[in-house]
Design a protein around this ligand. Structure first.
Ligand code: C2E
Ligand code: MG
Ligand code: MG
Ligand code: MG
Length: 278
């Protein structure tokens, strides 16, 4: 527990707790600086169809430290959620993604691509979320029909009525929705049927051993069958080998994202890649 040592100063008796506490405080002030000094970047991981044509990308957040080191979401995204900074960072992500998508939409080779953006639960349930997006659409001139929001099962389950309502409002503006990390959460089939979803995204944890683990193989086949019967597109993430890709197409999944094709690329490299293989 903390003990007051004069004004605004606290010391922890346990050095490990003290260390963890100051590491977190440092991370949070780093995240504030990152927002202010523009240290965040979006990278774009291609999504391909069965003919290996690029049909879109997922925007993935990275943090470029002043030292040049690149940090991945696993190193900081939880801290952004817990500190509430995810609201401002998430707005930056949407602004940047929509500005990039608007650029794609101005060129024939990239005009039809879809850009998927991860949205965290606290962001999506903010009362301001819809007007904020609307403002971004106006500022960037983007066609919202190219934008896909990736939501997680926990969001859907935690506040079904509000989530469903916000989703249908945005759906009327032309946005589409993907359920990310599908199969790892607790969403029931009743929920799925009632939401205006467009896509299920098979979590990469099922892909890893899909060729050797019968359970994973069954789960992946079931997700694909479920998507088909609900009229939803199914995409697999974490596709790393030709064998996994073969498994997926045999099972009826024809949209892929993973290291087999490309890692997430800078905006510039993604556009070059998309022009090459469109
Ligand atoms: P996610 O949305 O499930 O994104 C997919 C993750 O899988 C990405 O990790 C991607 O780089 C990684 N991946 C792609 N292909 C492969 C593959 O073939 N094999 C394997 N093993 N992994 C692959 P990343 O970029 O580190 O992002 C991790 C998570 O952080 C994302 O998971 C997402 O939940 C979150 N995230 C990323 N960007 C944002 C953002 O802008 N906002 C929010 N709220 N969350 C974000
Ligand atoms: Mg995602
Ligand atoms: Mg995912
Ligand atoms: Mg994931």
């Amino acid at each position: 527990q903390a003990k007051a040592c004069g004004r605004n100063t606290y010391r922890f008796h346990d050095p490990a707790v003290q260390a963890a506490w100051s590491a977190r405080a440092e991370l949070e002030s780093g995240l504030r600086r990152a927002l202010r000094d523009n240290e965040f970047v979006l990278h774009y991981q291609p999504q391909l169809d069965r003919s290996s044509r690029v049909i879109g990308a997922e925007a993935l957040l990275r943090w470029r430290l002043p030292s040049g080191k690149l940090l991945y979401p696993s190193e900081f995204i939880q801290a952004t959620e817990e500190s509430g900074l995810i609201i401002d960072i998430g707005r930056w992500v949407l602004q940047t993604a929509c500005a990039e998508l608007a650029r794609w939409q101005r060129w024939p080779d990239t005009a039809g691509l879809t850009l998927s953006v991860n949205v965290s639960a606290s962001q999506f349930t903010e009362p301001d979320f819809v007007p904020m997006l609307q403002q971004i659409f106006e500022e960037t001139g983007v066609q919202p029909s190219g934008l896909k929001l990736e939501l997680t099962e926990s969001l859907v389950v935690s506040d079904f009525t509000h989530t469903a309502h916000t989703m249908s409002t945005l759906k009327q503006r032309g946005i589409s929705f993907s359920l990310d990390d599908f199969g790892t959460g607790y969403s029931s089939l009743a929920y799925l049927r009632k939401l205006p979803l467009d896509q299920l995204k098979i979590d990469h944890s099922f892909m890893r051993d899909v060729l050797t683990d019968q359970n994973d193989a069954s789960i992946v086949r079931s997700i694909i069958a479920l998507g088909d019967s609900l009229g939803l597109q199914v995409i697999a993430e974490g596709v790393e080998t030709p064998g996994q890709r073969q498994f997926l197409s045999d099972a009826g999944c024809f949209i892929y994202q993973g290291f087999l094709y490309q890692h997430a690329l800078s905006a510039e490299h993604f556009t070059q890649y998309a022009r090459m293989v469109h």
